[in-house]
Design a protein around this ligand. Structure first.
Ligand code: 13P
Ligand code: SF4
Length: 334
């Protein structure tokens, strides 16, 4: 990569100082000279390429608060990807998010900074697995979490995210659905609807590590703590939470309950990013990192825009059917 160790000179300092003022409570001043040259170069190249950077809520603060044009949960990123008129989308998240962006806006060039950014949920199931389930349960609709490959989406009737799963399962108006691949999200949806759910045994390697005992220990320490958990967590964790929802739902909940100390039971960077938005809120920060999300860095984003790498495409044999499943989700969400 040609972009290692860019200098922090007076021009870069001047150009990036308004950005630093915005992030001073989440990025230490001593680190800024390392980030700022990349921030300046990326923002310049974005304009040249007519590119937009979409960043998931789990990206590190130096990506989330400085170069991202759009931030959000999986649903927001899919919706914004569908709407953008930029020529290039750089997706700072994981591979299935980039595939989803390509599905909903196929004429755009979709890039990821690191092709290895995968997901344990997406890896837990194949298209052949879905076909077997369909044989075993004919006529039962397949509802698929967006955290899956395009090939799996292509075998599905409709996609969902953690932000709309309950709403979409209810809107289908059927007695039972196959819900893939996250077992814990499936259980959570089952607890909130009367629809019978046939689940798969996929887990998120980040959220499955939290335990109910951990949350009770935090609560014993501070009974006033507001606990927010992602529905990819196991049921005993969700039972201890004051709020359960997508990462965007968590951000909104923090805004709606200012003054409380907050414990975010989700990926590590989420608290840093919410703290950037609500500097007055105090967070307790247990830290479970997603190694896939953390593959994205500023130097890799710069390389991505310089070399127009790594392009994400979708196999034409699955693209049309996968797109239909995602489009159905977007139609329910609008
Ligand atoms: P949301 O941001 O849609 O809640 O998803 C969380 C997640 O784990 C994405 O990989
Ligand atoms: Fe996948 Fe979990 Fe990482 Fe999200 S946090 S990308 S669900 S492994």
């Amino acid at each position: 990569m040609s972009t290692i160790e860019l200098p922090y000179d007076p021009d870069v300092e001047r150009e990036t100082s308004p950005i630093f003022e915005r992030v001073a409570n989440v990025i230490p001043r001593v680190e800024w000279p390392l980030h700022a040259p990349y921030v300046a170069a990326i923002n310049r190249l974005k304009r040249e390429r007519n590119a937009v950077i979409l960043a998931h809520n789990y990206q590190v603060p130096e990506i989330y608060h400085t170069v991202a044009d759009i931030v959000g949960d999986s649903l927001a990123l899919a919706m914004k990807a569908a709407e953008t008129d930029a020529d290039v989308i750089v997706l700072c998240g994981v591979h299935f998010m980039a595939e989803t962006a390509k599905l909903v806006n196929p004429s755009k060039t979709v890039l990821v900074p690191d092709l290895r950014a995968g997901c344990s949920l997406a890896d837990s199931i194949t298209a052949a697995d879905v076909r077997l389930l369909r044989e075993r349960y004919p006529d039962v609709p397949v509802v698929t979490y967006v955290n899956t490959s395009a090939a799996v989406k292509a075998e599905s009737d409709v996609c969902v995210t953690s932000g709309n799963a309950i709403k979409i399962v209810e809107a289908l108006g059927v007695p039972r659905v196959i819900f893939l691949p996250d077992e814990y999200l499936a259980k959570y949806v089952a607890s909130k609807t009367t629809t019978e759910i046939i689940a798969w045994k996929g887990h998120c390697e980040v959220h499955e590590r939290f335990t109910g005992a951990q949350l009770r220990a935090y609560r014993d320490d501070d009974p006033g703590l507001r606990i927010l958990a992602h529905p990819e967590c196991p049921p005993d964790v969700l039972a201890e939470a004051d709020y359960v929802g997508s990462t965007q739902g968590m951000l909104d909940d923090v805004g709606a309950h200012r003054g409380a100390r907050v414990l975010l039971i989700t990926e590590c960077s989420m608290a840093d990013n919410v703290a950037g938005v609500y500097p007055d809120v105090e967070f307790v920060r247990p830290c479970n990192l997603c190694p896939h999300m953390k593959r994205n860095t500023l130097p890799k984003i710069l390389h991505s825009l310089e070399a127009m790498e790594y392009e994400v495409t979708v196999d034409p044999s699955v693209a049309e059917r996968a797109r239909a499943a995602v489009e159905r989700m977007l139609a329910y969400s609008r």
